[in-house]
Design a protein around this ligand. Structure first.
Ligand code: AMP
Ligand code: ZN
Length: 110
């Protein structure tokens, strides 16, 4: 399977990595849509939120908890969390990821 985010998670492709846990990797978007634009990515390949199983609740929660911790560590007070789901929902990379967007009006620590 040829998945860029799996490849980044295995350190086989380069990325500007911000945080890592045994289950998650967080890196900067290559094409930022905000002053701070991070992607929170489970290491396990799941194509999209639509492909989550009923038993994936813990993983789904951990994605949000990881975003919260990273946002705090980045000094962000306010931010947006976005999942794009499917082509019609604007999803281009078919490996589930949460967009963490922030850093407007000097909210982020330099
Ligand atoms: P989406 O449209 O929700 O699938 O978002 C894909 C995100 O991945 C966008 O923010 C892209 O800029 C970002 N992206 C795609 N390829 C890479 C890459 N190789 N390294 C870092 N970010 C990437
Ligand atoms: Zn993948």
């Amino acid at each position: 399977m040829d998945c860029i985010f799996c490849s980044i998670a295995k350190h086989e492709s380069p990325a500007d990595i911000v945080a890592e846990t045994p289950d998650m990797i967080v890196f900067k978007s290559i094409k930022p849509s905000a002053p701070i634009h991070l992607l929170v990515v489970p290491r396990r390949h799941i194509a999209s939120v639509a492909d989550l199983a009923d038993t994936d609740s813990e993983l789904a929660g951990e994605v949000i908890q990881t975003a919260r911790r990273v946002a705090r560590d980045q000094g962000l007070e306010g931010y947006k969390l976005i999942f794009n789901v499917g082509r019609k929902g604007g999803q281009a990379v078919d490996h589930v990821h949460l967009h963490l967007l922030g850093g407007w009006q000097g909210d982020a620590e330099e």
